[in-house]
Design a protein around this ligand. Sequence first.
Ligand SMILES: NC(=O)c1ccc[n+]([C@@H]2O[C@H](COP(=O)([O-])OP(=O)(O)OC[C@H]3O[C@@H](n4cnc5c(N)ncnc54)[C@H](O)[C@@H]3O)[C@@H](O)[C@H]2O)c1
Length: 315
Amino acid sequence: MARVLVTGGAGFLGAAIVKRLAERGDEVIALDNFQAGDPANLRGLGSNVVLISGDVTDLSGLLNVIRQHDVKRIVHAAAIVSVVSSLSAPSHVTRVNIEGTLNVLEAMRLFNVERAVHISSEETYGAFRYEPADEEHPVAPTAPYGISKVASEQLGRFYRRVYKTDFINARLSWVYGPGFPRQRIPRTLIEAALAGRPLHLPRGGDARIDHTYLDDCVEGILLALDHASHPFDVYNLASGEGRTIAEMVALVKELIPGADLSVGPGPYWYDDRLIAPPKGALDITRARTVLDYQPKYDLRRGLAAYIEWYCRSQP
Ligand SMILES: NC(=O)c1ccc[n+]([C@@H]2O[C@H](COP(=O)([O-])OP(=O)(O)OC[C@H]3O[C@@H](n4cnc5c(N)ncnc54)[C@H](O)[C@@H]3O)[C@@H](O)[C@H]2O)c1
């Protein structure tokens, strides 16, 4: 049993991680400022979960939480998420994401926290220069969100070198699954199909992305949190497969018969201002070899599980 702080613990990934940690008997402190997260995501959990309203940009508040609860490990999931948010509010995104991470690192140093797993992103790579992209792929992010993740990772390396802080970066790709909070594929496709609403995306069908099901990400993050000794400070945690948005649309149509969905060709646009750079599969060999990470959901199985969740929770 460990005492684990999950920052952003009321969010999509944070709450799923809190749930898994609590189920296996860890003492969990979920900290969130509810900017996007919802306390309802943690409803019904046992007495080994404490939910705290707090902000990762408030260093003294964070230090108090870590001291009072004698935190041993951290999953750092609090962030302003997505490329699109970072176009609209670049200074807010960089402040929360970079300063928040710096505060986590300071807290680790001051209170000898054993380890943190920071949820980073494949947005660090920018346009893929080769594929599958492994962890040695050059980092060249194209928007403030990815830039904030690279800066966070680098701060972690500084603390590791100078203070021996055990700060591990899990680079996730596009995660999907129950409770996904933003209007993005495949959520938009599934909701339209289940409501019997036509949805015709004008462009983006040729974009290839590594879509990763929530449970696989959570599994990988827990493996990274638990691993005895890390030979690396960064791991890709993804499905290992690059599938086009057109393929995703075809799969949703197959799984929801009668769905009136289509997508035009060409690259994906984050919004009207920014085109997504070419991407594809992430190389997950390192996580497979070192962490014994074995993703269980290919895109078809993940979409089927996500649709089943919709049918169960919103009949
Ligand atoms: N979902 C994805 O596809 C994906 C992919 C790669 C990386 N990530 C990373 O995973 C992490 C979790 O993302 P998510 O998809 O669960 O998004 P999310 O928005 O559901 O989770 C982020 C959580 O952080 C909280 N938060 C924001 N600012 C905060 C602050 N100042 N102090 C405390 N809490 C704060 C939000 O309220 C929210 O609950 C983020 O670091 C994100 O960058 C997500």
